[in-house]
Design a protein around this ligand. Structure first.
Ligand SMILES: [Zn+2]
Ligand SMILES: [Zn+2]
Length: 475
């Protein structure tokens, strides 16, 4: 593993690790040896400014512990956020500012504890609202102001009720959360969040055309099984983490731009015509190539003249057809990550025993990360002193240690939010439970009984409406 600055430097050559293909051995065992010998980048980060602790990120400034997120400034503890500023603890947020504990929001400002809201300002504990301002605990409202649990109040009455809630304290916050959890179930939910799409299925989709079974994706067409995708995407299939890519199949992290990248992981920046390649930005016409910036006509990192490369590829494919490896994705045993370190755990959670039974790694608890707390977290943000940034906190759920940074303390103070008593992982898990998984179920609309596809599992407590019934209800 190299630090990314060293990895990008010209002080080493991935071609030095090149080797002959051995037709007497399976392909994946040869690739495994190559993966274990070639230096890989410590973090997949491009254009990062004062943001040392982020991963799968591009173009972020002054950010801390954000993941799979691009073009953000001064954001912390968030995943899948795009073009956001001064936000903390968000999961899937776009073009938003000063948001806290929000899930799947777009163009929101100053919102907290809200889900599926668009164009909202200073809304707290709201869900499915659009163009609202200063609303609390409200569901499915459009263009409202000063609504409190969906009841219209005067400005004065609204402000009085908000002050009474004491949202600056853990006690007040827990009470409000409980009230909202009950209140929201009185309202129907939209089966899927699909905006400005044509002939597309999935959820959290926007501006897509002919896209099936895809999630958290914007601006794709003629594609299927895409997750975490951003425009333009066309003719792609089975990819997680994709932006600006075409004709690609079965990848993790590809694009900006990428073309005809097949059965590969982490290849971007003009990567083209790749098969079974790993972390090789700007590589073109390569097979089984690892950690090789700008590689050309390489197989197991060994470079060949163009014609010989093409002949070799044909022979290797024939060999892999015989070994049964051709067309298969990398076996999980080649993954450098344990199961509970990956986002698979968010969407398909397993326990240690289940993961091990499938032959997948499991990261054990490190006792060093579970020390007794050296600071106590007060009930109200007003009682917190700067000393808290010097101590170690212990999560009230899992007991794991975490710290409060000066940057986040400033945010909690200006936003009047109590300092969290849970570690960043447990906070992420809680947000992950609010949102629906990358999966669709066939159910019936609770109103018209029409068959619908929804990301709400049948055992969830929400009432689910089809798009037509939902729109008739809220407009
Ligand atoms: Zn925890
Ligand atoms: Zn219906």
């Amino acid at each position: 593993m190299y630090k990314k600055e060293a990895w990008w430097s010209d002080t080493w050559d991935a071609g030095d690790y090149g080797r002959e293909f051995d037709f007497n051995r399976p392909f994946f065992s040869q690739l495994r040896e190559l993966i274990q010998s070639v230096p890989l980048m410590d973090l997949l980060v491009d254009k990062s400014y004062n943001s040392d602790y982020v991963n799968f990120c591009n173009n972020n400034k002054d950010c801390y512990l954000i993941f799979a997120s691009n073009d953000n400034e001064n954001c912390q503890y968030s995943s899948y956020i795009w073009s956001c500023q001064d936000s903390v603890d968000c999961l899937t947020a776009y073009n938003s500012e000063l948001c806290y504990e929000c899930v799947e929001v777009n163009k929101c400002y100053g919102c907290k504890y809200s889900t599926h809201c668009t164009n909202c300002i200073d809304c707290i504990f709201c869900e499915g609202c659009r163009n609202c301002q200063n609303c609390f605990g409200s569901v499915n409202l459009i263009g409202k102001q000063y609504c409190f649990f969906n009841e219209q109040l005067s400005k004065e009455e609204y402000e009085k009720r908000i002050a009474e809630l004491r949202l600056d304290t853990h006690e007040g916050l827990e009470r409000a959360k409980k009230m909202f959890t009950e209140h929201r179930l009185k309202f129907p939910m939209r089966a899927t969040q699909i905006t400005n799409c044509e002939n597309s299925t999935g959820t959290n989709l926007s501006n897509c055309k002919n896209v099936q079974q895809s999630f958290d994706t914007n601006g794709a067409q003629d594609s299927k099984f895409i997750t975490l995708g951003d425009k333009p995407i066309s003719d792609c299939y089975d990819i997680t983490g994709i932006q600006e890519a075409e004709l690609s199949y079965y990848n993790t992290v590809t694009g900006v731009p990428g073309y005809r990248i097949v059965l590969s992981v982490y290849n971007w920046n003009g990567a083209k015509n790749l098969l079974y390649c790993v972390q090789s930005p700007s590589a073109q016409d390569c097979f089984g190539t690892v950690g090789f910036h700008k590689a050309r006509h390489t197989i197991l990192n060994k470079e060949y003249p163009k014609e010989e490369y093409e002949k070799m590829c044909a022979r290797i494919i024939e060999h892999m057809q015989k070994t049964g490896e051709w067309g298969e994705f990398f076996p999980a045993s080649l993954s450098p990550f344990n199961y509970n370190e990956t986002i698979a755990q968010d969407h398909f959670p397993l326990n240690e025993g289940q993961a091990k039974e499938l032959g997948w790694g499991w990261r054990p608890k490190d006792s060093k990360e579970f020390q007794p707390a050296t600071v106590q977290i007060p009930n109200s943000i007003d009682e917190v002193t700067d000393e808290i940034t010097k101590g170690i906190c212990a999560c009230e759920i899992c007991a794991k240690n975490y710290r409060i940074t000066a940057q986040e303390l400033k945010f909690y103070r200006t936003q009047r939010i109590p300092v969290p008593k849970q570690c960043p992982d447990c906070r992420h898990n809680a947000r992950n439970k609010i949102r629906t998984p990358w999966r669709l179920w066939t159910r019936e609309c609770a109103k018209c009984k029409k068959a619908i596809q929804t990301s709400y599992a049948p055992n969830r407590p929400e009432t689910i409406y089809c798009e037509t019934c939902y729109l008739a209800e809220v407009y």
